[in-house]
Design a protein around this ligand. Structure first.
Ligand code: FMN
Length: 360
């Protein structure tokens, strides 16, 4: 059930699969006989220098996948010289993640019904040195993830014959689950503003806090409250990208939530050129959903993304090898990018242009 929560998408998982086939429809056009002895993958994202243009997308409850959780991913990102984004629904708190890794960090946020909780999150992020906020806008309601329904997945794990059998067949996972501190919604559990009603659990409270009445005015209010670098994550429509910039967003993350929300959303790589045109340099554009290979990163950068983000790749790596697994995944991605840039005839990120990419 934990694997399915990580791996799965919504409905028939068409969008999930298309995130991969989307990239495969774009080809690369090399320039030969270039001096490619030294390849430099560094770039600058919202004023922060990174050694690798691959950032960590926010994912909730990361300790479910490996007991070292968010801290391990944040540390691996820092070692690779890139940015880690912590989810609002993380299993490690804003403060504990900041203490575990001095690397650059962003915080992902939702619009909660109780606006005081949003202000509290912002203050905690300021105090803990988070550089940017990232508002997720593709989750007005929860996507229909049928693997999770089939598996009776809940947080905390509820005891049914099926879930008991599942966890008993994974004794190492079970050992860590029982012997380490409880996996919880770490950012909300101790907040004095959180008032869990009688007969309600924390997750039920948080589910009620998701505000489906949210509009652009609320996003604009959040940008004003934060007053620093602010990204909007989950945009695929060029018109929405324009509106995001109009209300003051400094960055846009093109994303379909890794195929976990609305089925049949477009592949990010397909809408990237349109969004680049609509935004015309007024904000930085990032992209996630389906990035797996060095060539995927190169295609996105060539078509105008400042950097890409990844979710599942670091979660698979974390689940199988802990922090060392994430280190290894990032090493592999970096090695692929260096090789691919050399074969393409480019030595730095700014060499990449739309002329390097053509569609089938
Ligand atoms: C297990 C899991 C949990 C996620 N949790 C969050 C979250 O809490 N907030 C959020 O904005 N996005 C969340 N996402 C979406 C990721 O931030 C990202 O958009 C997506 O994973 C990118 O696609 P990829 O997994 O194909 O790289 C989650 C994704 C996964 C796989």
């Amino acid at each position: 059930m934990v694997f399915d929560y990580l791996d799965g998408g919504s409905d028939d998982e068409v969008t999930l699969r298309r995130n991969r086939t989307g990239f495969s429809q774009y080809n690369l056009m090399p320039n030969t006989l270039q001096n490619v002895e030294n390849i430099d993958l560094s770039t600058c994202v919202l004023g922060q220098d990174v050694d690798l243009p691959v950032l960590m997308s926010p994912t909730g409850q990361t300790r479910m996948f490996h007991h070292s959780g968010e801290n391990a991913v944040a540390r691996a990102a820092a070692k690779a010289g890139t940015i880690y984004s912590l989810s609002s629904l993380s299993s490690t708190s804003i403060e504990d993640t900041a203490a575990a890794s001095l690397g650059p960090k962003w915080f992902q946020i939702y619009v909660w019904r109780d606006r005081d909780i949003i202000k509290e999150f912002m203050n905690r992020c300021r105090q803990s040195g988070y550089h940017a906020l990232c508002l997720t806008v593709d989750l007005a309601v929860h996507g229909n993830r049928e693997r999770d329904l089939r598996n009776n997945l809940s947080f905390p794990v509820s005891l049914t014959p099926k879930t008991v059998l599942d966890v008993l067949s994974h004794p190492v996972w079970l050992y860590h689950y029982l012997s380490k501190s409880k996996i919880e919604l770490a950012n909300v559990k101790d907040s004095p503003l959180v008032k869990v009603g009688k007969g309600e659990n924390l997750l039920g409270y948080v589910a009620k806090q998701f505000d489906p009445t949210v509009t652009w005015d609320d996003a604009a209010w959040m940008i004003e409250q934060w007053g620093g670098p602010f990204l909007i994550k989950g945009i695929v429509n060029p018109e929405d990208a324009k509106r995001a910039v109009d209300i003051g967003a400094s960055g846009i993350i093109i994303s379909n939530h890794g195929g976990r929300q609305l089925e049949y959303m477009p592949s990010p790589i397909d809408v990237l050129p349109h969004i680049v045109k609509a935004v015309s340099g007024r904000a930085e554009i990032l992209l996630d959903s389906g990035v797996r290979r060095g060539t995927d990163v190169i295609k996105a950068l060539a078509l105008g993304a400042k950097a890409v983000m990844i979710g599942r790749p670091y979660l698979y790596a974390l689940a199988s090898g802990g922090e060392a697994g994430v280190d290894r995944m990032l090493d592999l991605l970096r090695a692929e990018m260096i090789r691919d840039m050399a074969l393409l005839g480019c030595t730095k990120v700014s060499d990449l242009t739309p002329d390097h990419v053509f569609r089938n």
